[in-house]
Design a protein around this ligand. Structure first.
Ligand SMILES: [Zn+2]
Length: 81
């Protein structure tokens, strides 16, 4: 019997924040996106459980991003609802 194990990246969750920021990379002022990326441990190509999570805020124009802590991400996410 074959068992296929692996890692898979799920589609990142992107939320528009209400943080109006000046991008240091492209100098545009925009509402930045909040991005939540997950890597799952997978079995037969099906994600089983998340093993790595990353949080970012990123410029919607040039995708310049800054990594956030989980706490900061959820703080900004709740503020944006
Ligand atoms: Zn930018």
């Amino acid at each position: 019997m074959f068992v296929i194990l692996g890692l898979s990246d799920s589609k990142p969750e992107i939320t528009k924040s209400n943080d109006f920021l000046n991008c240091p990379n492209c100098n545009n002022q925009r509402f930045w996106n909040l991005i939540h990326e997950r890597t799952h441990f997978s079995l037969f190509f099906l994600p089983v459980f998340p093993i790595k999570e990353k949080y970012y805020k990123a410029c919607p124009v040039c995708n310049y991003g800054q990594e956030l802590s989980k706490t900061d991400y959820y703080y900004l996410l709740n503020k944006s609802k």
